[in-house]
Design a protein around this ligand. Structure first.
Ligand code: PAF
Length: 469
């Protein structure tokens, strides 16, 4: 018995009925068992006369004792039973049913009417995409590539080195992303990586544009990581629309964006209830102590664990993070140092005209709340004014923050100051040489965080490439 892969497609009549009947006929073949069937993918016709209808395509993996020619004859018989008339010399016309034998074990055949592996299988996304769902590791005997590798090669060649206005290569699994990045690196491309949880806004796009400018390929991950949410309702309410995110990424210069599921990121590592066992979580290090680490139990272990896995999938030359999540940048920088790479570039916080830091969570604020949330930046600016006036005591600087915030309806979780280069869980008691003011507050059901460097003229990040090798 060998494994054989068959592509099925139709663009005439009731396409679903043709496909269902094809499956029925395949099930009835002698010495053959269906191992897996992909979902149906709708695609535009490739080649052939103009005005043809869209195709419904899929792939079927069978285990068969039939020889290649025997199996091919059976497939042709199923096609003609479904009403297809093959016209000699015409390949791309409309069809009630098309069954192509793609791969038959390790067979390499070149005979009239039978070429194996199928000569165009590795050039067609509408063949490889469904096949990747059911047989990602199946190898094409001639090229030696498996299905995922062939798909990555195809996408790298059509997706180009940079994104474009008409699209970013969008992949739905970390395995496909790993293969795409492998190909990009193999042809010498430098990869700049921007990890995100989607719901992209201008702040993310600034990171992506910079990654595209400074590298050959900008790669973006879009994954709402359940490991880093301490509140189930926050996780559930987090906006998700991968297609909308991808549409924004093309014009920003993103070459490839990928998403996935927890099971896709940690294959074979999840417990029966679908969670990642605690023993698999990474220690986020000392930068996780205090503030976000104290208010959001387990948050940074979840961030470190997914970022580590994302780095492993993408193997970027450099990764870009926003300064808005200041403590996260410290955790990631430490992680990257411990694990040997990549360098981390921290980019200034992107702000709305009111000073409010851009965040996906801002979308959940009402217009009135959004206006009120700008008080956070006013508080940070007041601490910076105090620093500029010569104040170096953390308690006085955080007092300046709290004075401004107390005039609002925000429920403050912390409003405090740290030395950004010597992180401590608590506020330093001795006068500061450098200072980062940090605030977390709730407005209605939304939790907002922001921060500002007090000791540099523009509040940005001095020497912003940190960590890694
Ligand atoms: O900053 C974020 O959006 C997330 O914490 C990150 C880095 C993508 C990890 O999930």
């Amino acid at each position: 018995m060998v494994l054989a892969a068959i592509a099925v497609g139709t663009n005439l009549g009731d396409r679903r009925v043709h496909l269902e009947r094809a499956l029925e006929a395949l099930r009835a073949l002698p010495r053959t068992r269906i191992r897996a069937v992909s979902s149906w993918h709708e695609t535009e016709p490739v080649g052939g006369p103009p005005g043809q209808g869209r195709y419904l395509n899929g792939a079927v993996l069978v285990e068969t004792g039939l020889a290649p020619r025997e199996l091919l004859d059976e497939l042709l018989a199923i096609e003609s039973a479904e009403g297809r008339v093959r016209v000699a010399g015409r390949r791309d016309g409309p069809r009630t049913l098309d069954l192509d034998l793609l791969v038959h074990g390790a067979a390499v055949v070149e005979e009239p009417g039978l070429v194996l592996p199928h000569p165009r299988a590795e050039e067609r996304p509408f063949v490889l995409e469904p096949l990747a769902e059911i047989a990602p590791d199946l190898r094409f005997p001639r090229s030696g590539l498996n299905v995922l590798e062939a798909l990555a090669r195809l996408r790298a060649s059509v997706g180009g080195r940079r994104g474009s206005a008409d699209g970013t290569v969008a992949l739905s699994s970390p395995a496909e992303a790993r293969a795409w990045c492998g190909h990009a690196r193999a042809r010498g491309a430098r990869i700049g990586f921007v990890p995100t949880m989607g719901a992209l806004h201008e702040g993310h796009l600034e990171l992506v544009r910079r990654a595209a400018r400074e590298n050959d390929a900008a790669v973006v991950s879009v994954f709402v990581n359940p490991l880093q949410f301490d509140e189930k309702s926050d996780f559930e309410r987090y906006p998700r629309d991968f297609a909308a995110d991808v549409a924004l990424l093309g014009p920003a210069g993103c070459g490839m964006a990928f998403t996935g599921t927890l099971a896709g990121f940690f294959p074979g590592e999840l417990a029966a209830d679908g969670s990642l066992p605690a023993a698999k979580l990474l220690d986020p290090g000392t930068a996780a102590l205090g503030l976000e680490g104290a208010f959001r139990a387990g948050h940074f272990a979840g961030v470190a664990t997914i970022v580590d896995r994302l780095f492993e999938v993408v193997t970027p030359h450099v990764a870009y993070f926003g300064e808005k999540d200041f403590q996260q940048t410290l955790v990631v920088r430490d992680l990257s140092r411990r694990r040997g790479a990549p360098p981390i570039v921290v980019c200034p916080t992107s702000r709305e005209a009111s000073g409010l830091a851009r965040s996906s969570r801002n979308e959940r604020l009402s217009p009135t709340e959004r206006a009120e949330a700008a008080v956070i930046f006013r508080a940070l600016s007041s601490a910076r004014a105090a620093w500029r006036a010569g104040e170096r005591r953390a308690a006085m600087l955080s007092g300046a923050l709290r004075t401004v915030l107390s005039g609002s309806t925000l429920r403050v979780e912390y409003a405090t100051v740290r030395d950004p280069e010597q992180w401590t869980a608590d506020e330093p008691a001795t006068p500061l040489l450098r200072a980062q003011a940090l605030v977390a507050a709730r407005l209605g059901a939304v939790r907002l965080i922001d921060n500002l460097r007090l000791d540099v003229p523009d509040g940005g990040v001095p020497g912003d490439e940190v960590g890694g090798s």
